[in-house]
Ligand binder design. Sequence first.
Ligand code: ADP
Length: 232
Amino acid sequence: MNMKLINLERVTKEYSDGFVALNGVDCAIDQGEFVSLVGASGAGKSTLLKMIYADEFPTDGAVYFGGRDIAQTKRRLLPYFRRNFGTVFQDFKLLPQKTVFENIAYTLEVHGKSDAQIYDEVNHILRVVNMADQGHKYPNQISGGEQQRVSLARAVIHRPRVLIADEPTGNLDPISTLEIVKLLLKINSFGTTVILATHDKSIVDKLNRRVILMSKGRIMRDDLRGKYIISA
Ligand code: ADP
C-alpha cells in the first residue's frame, strides 16, 4: 500500500466525559504538504492535531505516521517520536524569565547539542524568522507578532518533519498575521509539512492550498486548492 506520511483511519476520539470530538475521520497527508484545517470552534480541529502529534490517542481507529501506528509506540519512546513535530499555539508559551535566544536554545539543549552548534543554529533560525539581533531580549520586551515568530523559530529549530500550528494568529493583528503566514510558507518551502488550524478565512483564501473543513468531529470537505467556504 502506498502510505502517505500521515494516515488517519476511521479515527474516533471520545473524551473521558463521553464527548465525541472526532467521529470516524479518514485523512491522509503527504510529506511536504501545506494543509489548512478550518471549521467552527468545537469542530474538532485541535483534537485532530493532537491525534497526529501523539498528545491524545484515538479511542477507535488508528493514526499512522510513516506507516507505523502511533498508538503502538512504547511510552518511553514517545518523547523521541514527538521530535518529528514542532508546535505553535495561539498563546506563544515562551518562558518569561528566558531571553529569546535561550527560549529557542532550550530545545537543542534537551537534545544534547554542543554550545557551538546551538549558537550557530539559533542565530540561523533567528535570521529565518527576521529576528536577528533580538536574541538578547525578553518576551515582554517584544510585540505579540515577534513573540510568535520566536515561537515558530523554537518549533522548527530541531528541523521537525511536521509543523503543527493551532490558531497561531488568533492573538495577532492583520500585519503580524501576514508575517506569520509568510513564515509558515517559507518553512513549508524548506520541505516541512505544515498543518494549520485556523478560524481566519482571509489567511486560507490567500494560501490557495489544501483546505479540510471540519464540523462536529467530521470532515465535510477536503479541497486540494480550497477556499474557506462554510456552506457546502
Ligand atoms: P476546535 O479546535 O475545532 O475548536 P476541539 O478539538 O478543541 O475543537 O474540541 C472539539 C470538542 O471536544 C469541543 O466541544 C471540546 O469542548 C471538546 N473537548 C476538547 N478537549 C476535551 C477534553 N479534554 N475533554 C472533554 N471534551 C473535550
